[in-house]
Design a protein around this ligand. Structure first.
Ligand code: ATP
Ligand code: MG
Length: 239
């Protein structure tokens, strides 16, 4: 699938997410259609609670939409079983969660090794690659620390190293610089920008960080329940 020769890596049609609270329904997202092309770095912005994390979860197959469909790396997610979705994610997708989700019983290095081991790499190779990824986010000294021994910003950086260590085609980042000081945030922003500007990877970044959004190739603003402008998720700005 392509438009003007560009390869579509994520396509969503008519997405809606409704949560049920007893007898009340809470419509979070509605009628969201969008296409993401290979090599784009898209910033998703919008007020707290508008559904940004929900949208990332739907696009990455971690959650199912109430309505609509997502095609990720050429696969219709609704047609895949959980194991197939997990395999697709393991091979093609990195995810930086808003709440980091590091495994508490593993050190920083072991956390970063996990995606490589899941993808079938040997332990020595995984350890070597994980150490390089930790060095890229400035965490070499903390490699042997457990998440409980890391600061919030260090956990966030370890989570970023884990998301990119496997060199996935698509990286979803939920507030990747949310807990970092300006200097560290700027280093992480550069690392993320390199993914789509130099390495040809595709990144979707939820952020409140204006400097990070300013580096994006497109900015999407989520307002109320749908995109502004509505319809096919046209960008707020095209850069
Ligand atoms: N499992 C759930 N059940 C019911 N409501 C939920 C559930 N998960 C999220 N919500 C609601 O959906 C809305 C959107 O949540 P979401 O986490 O996507 O927001 P967000 O835009 O990422 O906000 P923030 O910027 O604060 O991270 C919120 O009002 C939240 O309370
Ligand atoms: Mg969120």
């Amino acid at each position: 699938m392509s438009e003007a020769g560009r390869q579509t890596v994520i396509e969503a049609v008519g997405l809606a997410k409704i949560y049920w609270d007893g007898s009340n329904s809470l419509k979070i997202l509605s009628d969201i259609s969008l296409s993401v092309y290979k090599g784009e770095g898209i910033a998703v912005i919008g007020p707290s609670g508008c559904g940004k994390s929900t949208l990332l979860n739907l696009l990455s197959g971690l959650d199912r939409p109430t309505e609509g469909a997502v095609r990720l790396l050429g696969k219709e997610l609704g047609r895949l079983g959980e194991a197939e979705k997990a395999r697709l994610r393991a091979n093609g997708v990195g995810f930086v969660f808003q709440a980091y989700h590091l495994l508490p019983e593993f050190t920083a290095l072991e956390n970063v090794m996990v995606p490589l081991l899941v993808a079938g790499r040997s332990e020595p190779e995984a350890a070597q690659k994980a150490a390089l990824a930790l060095a890229e986010v400035g965490l070499t000294e903390r490699a042997g620390h457990y998440p409980s021994e890391l600061s919030g910003g260090e956990q966030q950086r370890a989570a970023i190293a884990r998301a990119v260590v496997n060199d996935p085609e698509i990286v979803f980042c939920d507030e990747p610089t949310g807990n970092l000081d300006p200097g560290t945030a700027s280093g992480i922003s550069e690392l993320i920008e390199r993914l789509y500007r130099q390495k040809g990877r595709t990144v979707v970044i939820v952020t409140h960080d204006e400097r990070l959004a300013a580096r994006a190739t497109r900015v999407w603003e989520l307002v109320g329940k749908s995109w502004r402008p509505s319809g096919t998720a046209r960008p707020k700005e095209d850069r």
